[in-house]
Design a protein around this ligand. Structure first.
Ligand code: GAP
Length: 434
């Protein structure tokens, strides 16, 4: 990694800490294995990405329904899905100090002791174990879910029976997944618990290629929607010998992160692998009957998967700009933690402060907004630019006479007068999705 690129990552991590986006997990105890906590602004950005995704792929469509399942599932689920047997990474160990590395990311020399000899690669299962109830034996052994997909297969019949959806349709979900990664690292890129957004799209076998192509394009459109730097997005066809155990075809969407070109999202054709296996192991009928043709079959599945933490990292990297006098996060307005910030021009003029607070309280009913009366206007703009607030609203003496305010645009830095009773419309109108 070049120094310049290293520097960009350091700047993002430092901005995230300084401005309350992301903190090191368990920091007062020295942290824990590359875990991270979303702070007050990070949680807003994260929620905005999740909400936009839900609006875009679930509410905005007739062929998608949602699901939010338990994180810990019956261990038989993971037997049927193949995760207990197949969900592993190749692991090597330094022969001298026993530090472990993923075989595909093995350094030339051990990073701890500089030893050059490693054991042969062996498979290491990534499922995180826990115990349910007071006994800690095999009868109470359970797993934290390694992917969120399985719930959408296990609940397939329930969704079908209650929602009466016709194929093609999808089940979408968002939530945490857990993997006992050998080498977590690169900030929120690879962690042992992470957030996923994905859907299983059920189709007829004969139509899988059409839908695969359809979702490939939709995933690219979504990346544009969140403001990803599209010059840095690349598609990578996974060679057959590297496909996950459930997939017949996978495309990874990769991104040029400062630490290299690596996976961002995946699109997989899972065939009928999961439903078929769950049918066999559970003894339940998970087939679909076409009401028109009376044909009964196991649907095939296209799975677009979107890592939420990697989305957030890409959004931050793409939005980060250094200009002569300022650092600015050019976030899409729909994603920005604060939609607007309201300032009284002067702190020591009660009539201005009162008017600004009234406007702030009113906007607060519909948007997450900030109020700032510290320092001078220039400093307040600087502070809001750095966290990506799209609009700054200043209440001045003219406001008291004409009931309008100055609205300053984050990206162009242009200012215009807007009537107070038009402010909500103004902020809504500028959102990418109305
Ligand atoms: N259901 C399919 C599935 O889980 P995956 O490629 O193993 O597929 C999906 O993971 C996405 O989750 C990846 O594309 C990536 O965005 C994200 N992801 C995977 N492992 C991760 C980790 N350790 N930390 C953060 N995000 C991760």
């Amino acid at each position: 990694m070049s120094n310049e690129k290293n520097e960009l990552m350091d700047k993002i991590i430092s901005l995230c800490k300084r401005r309350g986006f992301i903190f090191p997990g368990s920091e007062i105890y020295g942290g824990l294995a590359n875990s991270w906590d979303y702070g007050p602004l990070g949680v807003e950005l994260q929620k905005n990405i999740k909400n936009l995704w839900w609006k875009y792929f679930v509410h905005g469509r007739d062929d998608m329904v949602g699901l939010d399942a338990a994180l810990i599932m019956n261990p038989k689920v993971w037997e049927a899905s193949g995760h207990l047997k197949e969900f592993s990474d190749p692991l090597v160990e330094c022969k001298k100090c026993h530090t472990r590395y993923r075989a595909d990311q093995m350094p030339e020399k051990c990073e701890q002791c500089k030893g050059k000899e490693f054991t042969a690669a062996k498979q290491f299962n990534l499922m995180l174990k826990t115990f349910l109830g007071p006994a800690e034996d095999s009868s109470s052994l359970a797993y934290l879910r390694g992917e969120i997909a399985q719930s959408m297969f296990v609940d397939f019949k329930n969704v079908l029976d209650t929602m009466r959806k016709k194929i093609p349709f999808g089940i979408a979900s968002q939530g945490k997944a857990f993997r006992n990664e050998i080498t977590p690292g690169n900030f929120i890129f690879r962690t042992r618990e992470f957030n996923l957004m994905e859907f299983e799209y059920f189709v007829k076998e004969s139509e899988w290629e059409t839908w695969f192509e359809y979702w490939r394009k939709e995933m690219l459109l979504w990346l544009k929607e969140i403001g990803a730097d599209m010059k840095k997005v690349h598609e990578h066809e996974i060679p057959t010998e590297e496909l996950a155990h459930y997939s017949r075809r996978t495309i990874d969407f990769e991104f040029d992160y400062p630490f290299g070109r690596k996976e961002l999202y995946g699109l997989a054709y899972r065939t009928d692998f999961d439903l078929k296996n769950h049918m066999e192991k559970s003894g339940q009928d998970l087939q679909y009957t076409d009401a028109e043709t009376n044909e009964t079959f196991i649907p095939h599945v296209i799975e677009p998967t979107f890592g939420l933490d990697r989305s957030l990292l890409v959004v931050l990297l793409s939005a980060y700009h250094e200009e002569e006098e300022r650092i600015v996060l050019k976030l899409k307005p729909a994603l920005a933690p604060y939609k607007a910030a309201v300032f009284p021009l002067l702190k020591n003029k009660p009539e201005l402060v009162k008017k600004a607070q009234d406007i702030y309280r009113n906007l607060q009913k519909d948007f997450n907004v900030a109020f700032d009366d510290r320092g001078n206007i220039g400093k307040r703009y600087y502070s809001q630019d750095e966290i990506g607030t799209p609009w700054c609203i200043t209440v001045d003496f003219e406001t008291l006479e004409k009931d309008d305010v100055t609205v300053r645009d984050r990206d162009t830095m242009k200012q215009e007068r807007v009537k107070v009773n038009k402010l909500k419309e103004y902020l809504k109108h500028e959102q990418p999705i109305s």
